[in-house]
Structure formats: C-alpha cells, structure tokens
Unconditional design. Structure first.
Length: 250
C-alpha cells in the first residue's frame, strides 16, 4: 500500500488525492517521502533538519496552503513491529507478551517494520481554503534526548500540542516559547506515554492537611498479574430453564 492507496470513495475523491500528491512531489520533492496510510489519506516522512523549511512550504505554496495545524502528537516505537499482546489465553503469570508478528498482514501486505528511531512527531495539517488534509511525520534523530524544531512560529496552534508531546513523551521542541508540562503536575516524574513507563507510575500524590500542601510518596499500589476470571457454569442460564415453556394453567 502506498500513500496513494485507495481514494476518498473513488472518482473525484481519488482524483483530488492524486492531484495533491503530485503537488507535494513537485513542490517539496525528496524532502517528503510517502508513507503507508489508510485509503483516502496522504502521509509523508520529513527529515528533522528540513522540518521548518518543509512546514513553511506546505503553508505558503498556493497549491498546498496548509494554513492550519490541527494536531501534533508524539509516537514511541519502542516495541513496534516486534511483539503483540496475546489475549486468547493466559497462564497463572498473566498474558503473554512474546508473540512475534507474522511476516505479512491479513491482506497480504508486508508487516510493519520497526523504524530506526524510537521517537517521532506527527503533524495533522488542514487546508481550509482548498479543503484538503495531510499528515507529516518527523523522526527524532536522538533516542536518548528526542528533539525536533518547534513549529509554533509557523502554526501558532502547535503551542499546546507540543507541550503535550513534551509532557507525555519527553520530546523536546527546540525554540518553543514556553516548553513546560501541561497535563501532569510540575513535580511529576517521567513521561507516562512512553512504552517503558510503569503502569502504576513512579510516585503518588495526596493532599496533606497538616502541611497544607500536596506531598509526593512512593507508590502504594501493589503490582498484580492480570489473569482473566474463569466464569463457571451457572444454573440460572441453563438452556433447559431459560427455554422452558412459561405458559401454565393455574
């Protein structure tokens, strides 16, 4: 499947998508590499060092005019393409995590391959003037300190989205005017959307009436194994009872 797979219901929709793809290829060139995506969508990978130049072009070119950035999100590819949850059965120790994906998907296409980089930033762009959308993905060059340039100077709406990606994924945005946490507390430890973040967290908080403030303490939740409950036969749902003829002569 390529970036032009399918279309928006076929016909005119597919033609509009093809026209947009041709415009991106002509204007942006090799700086935008097509990505696999759902039918009726366009997605491109952009090098981190070309992000700002490509973003300005997507916004300003008359054939593109993506004047609105409607979302910015982080992605953690830590276990992508390597393993999946196995939920059909479980042992006393919980669900299995070591189920390797097959080489192909059910539709026969190659299975996803884990990218070379762990973290990426995804931008959802909208052209109100031309009624078209585009997705842009930028991989962070450094896994230890993921960082890309801030696009707040191009799309002001990206301000809070970038703060959210910083808060939840620990992705830094070079040049952001006020990069600080936006969803978690200022004293929060870690980034909760990272795949290696513990499910029970690192610390817990509570209000201390004696100190008159919020205090941080070690997590008091005991780790537990997620094992499904076994629902045994229940006589209330016996077919002989539920299907019995309720018409009686009193």
């Amino acid at each position: 499947m390529t970036a032009l797979a399918g279309g928006e219901g076929g016909g005119a929709g597919a033609s509009r998508l093809a026209t947009l793809a041709e415009a991106v290829a002509r204007v942006v060139g090799d700086d935008a590499q097509p990505l696999d995506c759902r039918p009726g969508e366009l997605a491109y990978a952009v090098p981190a060092d070309r992000l700002l130049d490509v973003a300005k072009t997507l916004r300003d070119d008359p054939a593109l005019r993506f004047e609105v950035c409607i979302d910015v999100s982080g992605v953690d590819f830590l276990d992508y393409g390597r393993a999946e949850w196995k939920t059909a059965d479980a042992t006393a120790t919980g669900f299995s995590r070591g189920v390797a994906r097959s080489a192909t998907r059910p539709d026969g296409a190659p299975a996803p391959v884990k990218p070379d980089r762990r973290f990426a930033v995804v931008y959802q762009l909208l052209s109100v003037a031309l009624n078209q959308r585009l997705r842009m993905r930028v991989y962070c060059p450094d896994d230890a300190q993921p960082m890309v340039d801030s696009v707040t100077g191009i799309w002001a709406s990206a301000n809070w989205f970038e703060r959210e990606a910083f808060d939840l994924f620990g992705i830094l945005f070079r040049g952001h005017p006020d990069l600080r946490r936006i969803l978690t507390d200022y004293g929060f430890i870690g980034h909760p959307f990272r795949k290696d973040f513990p499910l029970i967290g690192n610390v817990e908080v509570r209000y201390d009436p004696e100190k008159g403030r919020i205090v941080y303490e070690p997590v008091g939740i005991e780790a537990r194994v997620l094992v499904p409950r076994v629902i045994r036969h229940d006589n209330r749902y016996d077919p002989q009872l539920t299907n019995a003829n309720t018409n009686t002569n009193d």
